[in-house]
Design a protein around this ligand. Structure first.
Ligand code: T5A
Length: 215
């Protein structure tokens, strides 16, 4: 499928971001099923990937079953993305669209909201694959907190989620689309699928695969 590394016909790298309980997982599942129904090869990915050795350490930390220094857990989240980078590239070059539930932006927003330096947080993410589209599911933290299962994990506190939302604002670039995620689930799906179809078509026609946050 590849023509050359500058302009390859490939799958799209689509990332969903947002506060805890903004609806990322629900929308990711709906998107993959929509794409498959239109005959487009698509896979659902999520970070943290809790199945790897690194992912198990992260999962235990998030469940408050272990304690780690803030810098250490930040680097583990990043390592968890690096360990999947080459497989992601292979899939995209094979024409498979990846719908990814959280990515580097979560890494930077959550760690910098704890007080770590913003640029320091970005550094280990530099060189990962650059998403073609970032869908930010925008919901007031108070509304997200009313949704099912909130409060079970380490970062699910209203005051902290407000800070995370501010950090996300500093990360926005031209690949981002802001979606009103306080609307009913089907309406949110309608918005996101339009953005995604446009992106999938442009990657299928040939688009360079670039790297994130390189100087
Ligand atoms: N983290 C993550 C870092 O600190 N650094 C990193 O590098 C990374 C990758 C785990 C935590 O790790 C942090 C961020 C997180 O705190 P996670 O496992 O993705 O990340 O945790 P959550 O974001 O909390 O994932 P959730 O699955 O819990 O939330 P989602 O996916 O945003 O929401 P979803 O779809 O599961 O929906 C939650 C509830 O809301 C309802 C659903 O039915 C469900 O009950 N809902 C709606 N209700 C009304 N209207 C809508 N539009 C709705 N959409 C969903």
């Amino acid at each position: 499928m590849a023509e050359n590394d500058n302009n390859i016909k490939r799958g799209a790298l689509v990332v969903l971001e947002g506060l805890d309980r903004s609806g990322k997982s629900s929308q990711s599942v709906k998107l993959v099923s929509f794409l498959e129904n239109t005959g487009c090869a698509a896979e659902l990915w999520r970070f943290p990937d809790r199945e790897t050795c690194v992912g198990k350490m992260i999962s235990s930390y998030l469940a408050n079953q272990s304690q780690l220094d803030d810098h250490t857990i930040h680097l583990l989240f990043s390592a968890n993305r690096w360990e999947k980078r080459s497989l992601m590239e292979d899939k995209l070059k094979a024409g498979i669209t990846l719908i990814v539930d959280r990515y580097s932006y979560s890494g930077v927003a959550f760690s910098s909201a704890k007080g770590l330096d913003f640029e320091w947080c970005k550094a280990p993410e530099s060189g990962l694959l650059n998403p073609d589209l970032v869908l930010y599911l925008d919901v007031p933290p108070e509304k997200a907190a009313e949704r099912g299962g909130y409060g079970g994990e380490r970062y699910e506190r209203l005051d902290f989620q407000k800070k995370v939302g501010e950090k996300y604002e500093s990360l926005r670039d031209s690949t981002w689309k802001i979606v009103d995620a306080s609307l009913p689930m089907e309406e949110v799906h309608k918005q996101v699928k339009e953005y995604v179809m446009e992106c999938v078509l442009s990657c299928a026609n040939g688009k360079p695969l670039t790297q994130l946050w390189l100087q």
